[in-house]
Design a protein around this ligand. Structure first.
Ligand SMILES: [Zn+2]
Ligand SMILES: [Zn+2]
Length: 395
């Protein structure tokens, strides 16, 4: 660790909490220890499961409004009901454990409240009432699945193998990233619609039918790496454009504004960045005619990798680092200096090919973020900041 004085402004920014961070701290925070056995983890898991169960009961009650059409078709309802029963029981159990173990009972009481609310709202006995398709689909099911699964995996892992142990789960700006996470999952259908638009239009106008049939007939284990390669080549140049173009950069600067890297930080992406980047990546994939199953496998890989490369975890990957993008590689992409390195998200050797590779042996960046912190810290302010910045520059 370097001395605090040497870290200057950046360290101050890293400890600056947003208003929403401070609200959560007031309502649920206590200044107690957070190690295993202190009741902190049980409180957190209890609250997560209880709140998740309550949302899941709402999803069962109003499936036409609160489920994602693509997921809905594939749900094993009885299995989900079993998972809900388990989650409610575990929610009660861990919240009670928090109350027994910890002097401050805030987390445990909040957990018991939502677990009780889940039971009152119908619990695991709730009938799935389908009233026909609703005009709007919110992906509450998608959100609950992702929040519960990802935080159960990554919160303990980041505690056990931290790259920056001092950072903590509820570091400055976590609510801003959390809001990006919530909004991008709840509005998944809307985002998917806009993301698919360019690829659908282009591939309808220009179909490489003969080539498509050949590509789609390749075995899955050939198609998936090919998709990763084509997608990352497109992603590399779109990403590089976002960094080097004066008018595009403010939209992508949002992603780089975070002063802390963890599993949640990757969610911080402006909607214009998301739609343009993902939309353009899909164009060659659709034109080349990859099979639907191969695209789904790749989507799962890219979602997992996008989360993973931001984590606050230190592993030694050795030679794998040369082949696949790892957290250390992408943390250097977020470094305050040097900038404009490591644009790839699947294969680091793409950056070698185009001269932007940067991986000093065994080192991690001292600071991540943008020098001078030009981007505001609150979610809503970040939505409008790029437009305002560009308008100002134009004057
Ligand atoms: Zn970038
Ligand atoms: Zn990133």
């Amino acid at each position: 660790m370097e001395p605090a004085a040497a870290r200057g402004n950046s360290a101050q920014a890293a400890t600056r909490h947003t208003r929403l961070d401070r609200w959560f701290e007031r309502v649920l925070g206590d200044h107690g220890p957070q190690h295993f056995g202190s009741g902190w983890f049980s409180g957190l898991i209890g609250l997560l499961l209880s709140l998740g169960s309550f949302c899941a009961v709402l999803v069962f009650q109003f499936p036409e409004w609160l489920t994602t059409a693509d997921l809905r078709a594939g749900y094993p309802v009885e299995f989900m009901r079993g998972a809900l029963t388990l989650a409610i029981v575990a929610g009660f159990f861990f919240s009670a454990l928090n109350i027994i173990l910890r002097p401050s009972k805030k987390l445990g009481l909040a957990g018991l409240f939502f677990a009780a609310l889940a039971v009152i709202a119908g619990g695991d006995g709730v009938e799935v009432d389908w009233h026909g398709p609703a005009p709007v689909n919110l992906g509450l099911d998608w959100l609950v699945l992702n929040v519960v699964l990802l935080s159960l995996v990554f919160v303990p892992l980041e505690r056990l193998f931290p790259h920056r142990p001092e950072q903590g789960t509820f570091r400055a700006g976590w609510t801003t990233d959390g809001l990006y996470f919530v909004v991008s999952h709840v509005l998944v259908e809307l985002l998917t619609f806009f993301t698919l638009l360019p690829a659908t239009v282009v591939s309808q106008a220009w179909q490489a039918a003969a080539l498509g049939a050949q590509v789609a007939s390749l075995p899955l284990w050939v198609q998936v790496p090919l998709i990763m390669l084509v997608a990352d080549l497109t992603q590399y140049w779109v990403h590089r454009f976002f960094h080097r173009n004066r008018l595009a950069w403010p939209f992508h600067a949002i992603h780089h504004s975070s002063r802390a890297m963890d599993w949640l930080a990757g969610s911080r992406l402006h909607v214009v960045d998301v739609i343009l980047t993902r939309g353009l990546i899909l164009v060659p994939l659709f034109v080349l005619g990859f099979a639907r199953e191969a695209l789904y496998v790749w989507l799962a890989i890219v979602a997992a990798q996008a989360t993973f490369i931001h984590v606050n975890m230190r592993f030694r990957f050795r030679w794998i680092e040369q082949l696949l993008v790892t957290p250390r590689f992408h943390h250097w992409h977020h470094a305050e200096s040097p900038i404009d390195k490591n644009f790839a998200v699947h294969f680091p050797w793409i950056d070698r090919l185009f001269g932007t590779y940067y991986m000093p042996a065994d080192r991690w960046p001292d600071e991540v973020g943008i020098h001078g912190d030009p981007v505001p810290e609150e979610f809503l302010a970040q939505m409008v900041w790029p437009v305002r910045t560009i308008a100002k520059e134009g004057r």
